[in-house]
Design a binder for this molecule. Structure first.
Ligand code: SF4
Length: 339
C-alpha cells in the first residue's frame, strides 16, 4: 500500500523524497506487479510532460587515446593498455559526421574527448561544427574538467551545454578528485551552459543508498536533461569481475530517477538505449559514432553505437514520436537569448 501511495502522489510531477526513492528501490522487485506500476507511473509522467515526443542526442567521439585519468570502467584508461595508440578524427571529418547526424534527424550534437585532449583544438573543432549546423541546434561538450575561463570560451565557441557527471566511485575508481567534477559543473552552469547529468556507471556493486545519493545530487545541480547509465563490462579489466546489471534493473532505477526529477527536467535519458527503460520514463536516447569509452571497437558505429535511424526505430517501437528539429532541452545561452 505504501508503494502505491508513493506512486499515486508521484503522478503530479512534483517529485518524491529521498526516503520514498529508497523505499521504491528497496522494496520493488523486477517482475512484480509493483514494478510495472512504477514503470507505468514514470512512463505516463514523461509522455504527458514531453507530449509523447522522444529525443535523439548524437555523440561524436573525437579521439581514441590512452587517458591519464585511468577510470576503471573506461576503454581509454591508460592502466588497461587497451587504447595504446592515438587516433584523432580530423576537423573535416567531425564536421561531416555532425552534418550527417543533423540530416538524419538528431536533435542535439555532442562532441566527446578523453580528458587529455587539447582544449584549444576542441574549441576550434567546436566552432567549425557550430558554423556547419543549424544555429539553434544544441552543441554539447563532453570533455575533461575545466574552470570558469574555459566555460566562457565554450560559450563563445558556440557550445550550449555540457555533459558532465560526478560518477559513482569518483576518486576511487578514477584519478579525479570529486571536487573537480563539481567545480566543472558549476563553472559551466555559471557561464550559462545547460547541464546533461547522468547517474553512472551503475554496476551490481553499487548500493541503493549510493545510487539515491547520486540521483539527488543530480537534482540539486538542476540539469535540463537527467539520465541513468549502466556500466558496460570491458573484458579483462579488474572491475569486470563485478559483472553488469540487467536492462530491467536499470529500468527500475530509470523510473525512480524520473519520479524524483518530476517536472524539473526537459528530457529524461538512458544510456545505452534499451527498451525496458523506454517504457519506464525515458524519452531520450543516444546515437554514437567515433571512439566510445564503453566499446573496444575503435569505430563504435561498427560496435555498440547506434545510428539515428536505429534510435528512431526504437522510439517508434515503444510508441514515441521523434521530436523534429533542435531539442529545447540543451539550448543554454540560445534559450536565454530568445527569451
Ligand atoms: S572516462 Fe573520461 S576521464 Fe576517465 S579514463 Fe575515460 S576518457 Fe579518461
Amino acid at each position: 500500500m505504501k508503494i502505491e501511495s508513493i506512486l499515486k502522489q508521484a503522478e503530479s510531477g512534483d517529485g518524491i523524497s529521498r526516503e520514498e526513492a529508497l523505499t521504491l528501490l528497496k522494496e520493488i522487485k523486477p517482475k512484480s506487479k509493483e514494478m510495472y506500476l512504477l514503470m507505468h507511473t514514470a512512463d505516463h509522467l514523461s509522455r504527458r510532460q514531453f507530449n509523447n515526443k522522444g529525443e535523439i542526442h548524437a555523440q561524436i567521439g573525437l579521439n581514441w587515446a590512452p587517458c591519464s585519468k585511468s577510470c576503471e570502467f573506461c576503454v581509454f584508461a591508460e592502466k588497461h593498455g587497451i587504447a595504446s595508440k592515438t587516433i584523432e578524427l580530423t576537423e573535416d571529418e567531425v564536421v561531416r559526421r555532425a552534418k550527417n547526424f543533423e540530416n538524419a534527424g538528431a536533435n542535439a550534437i555532442f562532441l566527446m574527448t578523453t580528458a587529455d585532449y587539447e582544449f584549444s583544438r576542441f574549441l576550434e573543432i567546436g566552432k567549425s561544427v557550430r558554423k556547419a549546423i543549424n544555429p539553434n541546434m544544441p552543441l554539447v561538450a563532453n570533455i575533461g574538467d575545466f574552470g570558469p575561463g574555459e566555460a566562457h570560451e565554450l560559450v563563445e565557441a558556440g557550445f550550449t551545454a555540457v555533459y558532465h557527471v560526478l560518477r559513482l566511485g569518483e576518486g576511487v575508481n578514477t584519478r579525479i578528485d570529486p571536487s573537480m567534477r563539481i567545480r566543472t559543473i558549476k563553472s559551466a552552469k555559471d557561464a550559462g551552459l545547460d547541464l546533461s547529468f547522468c547517474v553512472e556507471p551503475i554496476g551490481p556493486e553499487h548500493s541503493i543508498e549510493e545510487i539515491v545519493d547520486r540521483i539527488f545530487l543530480g537534482k540539486d545541480l538542476e540539469p535540463t536533461v537527467m539520465a541513468t547509465m549502466r556500466r558496460i563490462t570491458i573484458p579483462g579489466t579488474p572491475i569486470s569481475a563485478h559483472g553488469q546489471i540487467s536492462e530491467i534493473e536499470l529500468a527500475k532505477i530509470e523510473a525512480v530517477t524520473r519520479l524524483v526529477m518530476g517536472k524539473n527536467i526537459m528530457a529524461m535519458g538512458v544510456h545505452e538505449p534499451n527498451m525496458p527503460s523506454l517504457l519506464a520514463g525515458c524519452n531520450q536516447i543516444y546515437a554514437e559514432t567515433g571512439p566510445n569509452p564503453r566499446d573496444t571497437e575503435e569505430e563504435t558505429s561498427k560496435g555498440r553505437g547506434r545510428s539515428v535511424e536505429e534510435c528512431k526505430q526504437m522510439l517508434w517501437e515503444v510508441g514515441y514520436e521523434t521530436f523534429v528539429g533542435p531539442a529545447k532541452s540543451l539550448q543554454g545561452p540560445l534559450r536565454n537569448r530568445t527569451r
